[in-house]
Design a protein. Structure first.
Length: 142
């Protein structure tokens, strides 16, 4: 019996060893499978991240270009508007100068006319005074 017990123990030990080897082999396969799956997911995620980076860079470049185009357009419009406003200001200034010159000429003409009228009234006054003087002189002489 002892031989049979030993043989049984050896068989059990061999079966345990075989089970342990099988389990180790299954764990290795499972580990390799998980490592492959993790590696595949990691690669997929890295590719996705690279795609997002490229999309982001493309979008940023596009938006930067569009912003620069808009800025150039605004600058051009501003320059045109500035030119228009400068021309309008020059015209207004010329009109104002012309109007002011005309007013000055009118004022000078009015002053001259007033001076002529004043001189005429003064001459009339002097003439009336001379006539009164002549009348008085004629009365005194008669």
């Amino acid at each position: 019996m002892e031989g049979a017990g030993s043989s049984n123990s050896l068989r059990i030990a061999a079966a345990r060893e075989a089970i342990a080897k099988r389990q180790n082999q299954e764990f290795r396969k499972l580990k390799e499978s998980y490592n492959d799956e993790i590696s595949e997911v990691r690669n997929k995620n890295e590719k996705e991240i690279m795609r997002f980076k490229k999309d982001y860079e493309l979008k940023m470049t596009t938006e930067k270009t569009e912003a620069e185009i808009k800025l150039a357009k605004l600058r051009s419009q501003y320059s045109k508007q500035l030119e228009v406003e400068n021309e309008r200001f020059k015209k207004l200034l010329e009109d104002l100068k012309q109007s002011n010159s005309e007013r000055i000429l009118e004022a000078q003409k009015a002053n001259e006319q007033q001076a002529v009228r004043q001189e005429a009234r003064h001459n009339e006054y002097l003439e009336r005074a001379r006539l009164r003087f002549e009348e008085e002189k004629a009365k005194l002489e008669t």
